[in-house]
Design a protein around this ligand. Structure first.
Ligand SMILES: Nc1nc2c(ncn2[C@@H]2O[C@H](COP(=O)(O)OP(=O)(O)OP(=O)(O)O)[C@@H](O)[C@H]2O)c(=O)[nH]1
Ligand SMILES: [Zn+2]
Length: 225
């Protein structure tokens, strides 16, 4: 979908969000097991799936797959489940009294759809208006990365990013827009390769029409270099 069209649709969406719990549904005992133990257990589970599918697990190329997948789940694509991996978002005093919005745009999003465990690939755009502190630019990218590395639905991912930045920056004036492709829609099932999903969360001043418009205009700006 063309960016202009996407942005128009966001404006039309307004505040009509459905409110649900924004926390990833985790059990109390989610981190009782060490990562190494989880990898051992998942390795067996993946081997069992492959075995059931009839694959020859003595084959050279397949033999290492269960361990590879287990490591990838625990350390990489679902690594953001563990709170110890939450990035430390250093903030600084806004000494220069920069009072306009700051937009960190085109942040790469790689996440995993929690319904099918297939990739979600897209871009996030984050904005905030300083309430006295500013955050290191890369920390916004890192926060996106952290919450993306979970089984996700895009709506929850968008809200989690905004909530975390609101906490870090001590202000409600934070917004996030994500435009992403879900391979569960693009490459299987309905198999519509062109469709993408846009979600947005507008906190504080970003609920105002003109502030939201300004943000959408910045996102539309072509990067010149
Ligand atoms: N709201 C929302 N839905 C999602 C997201 N990612 C995937 N889904 C949808 O989750 C739904 C799961 O529906 P089911 O009917 O249980 O699954 P399915 O039989 O595989 O459905 P199809 O994908 O239509 O073949 C699908 O419609 C997916 O498109 C997301 O981030 N947000
Ligand atoms: Zn899916």
């Amino acid at each position: 979908m063309k960016l202009d069209k996407v942005l128009e649709e966001i404006e039309a969406l307004g505040d009509s969000h459905v409110g649900t719990s924004s926390d990833t549904p985790l059990r109390e005992d989610a981190f009782d097991l060490e990562d190494a133990t989880k990898i051992e257990l998942i390795q067996k589970d993946v081997a069992s799936i492959m075995q059931t599918l009839g694959l020859d697990m003595t084959d050279d190329s397949l033999r290492g797959t269960p361990r590879r997948v287990a490591k990838m789940f625990v350390k990489e694509i679902f690594g953001g489940l563990h709170p110890k991996r939450k990035p430390k978002a250093s903030t600084f005093e806004n000494k220069y009294k920069y009072g306009e919005m700051l937009v960190e745009k085109n942040i790469t999003v790689y996440s995993t759809c929690e319904h099918h465990l297939l990739p979600i690939v897209g871009r996030a755009h984050i904005a905030y208006i300083s309430n006295g502190s500013v955050v290191g630019l890369s920390k916004m990218n890192r926060i996106v990365e952290y919450y993306a590395k979970r089984p996700q639905v895009q709506e929850r991912l968008t809200i989690q990013i905004v909530k975390e930045l609101q906490k870090v920056l001590n202000t409600d004036d934070v917004a996030c827009i994500i435009d992403a492709k879900h391979l569960c829609v693009n490459s299987r099932g309905v198999s519509h390769t062109e469709s993408s999903t846009v979600t947005s969360e507008f906190g504080g001043k970003f609920k105002q029409k003109e502030v939201r418009r300004e943000l959408l205009d910045y996102i539309k700006l072509e990067t010149q270099f």
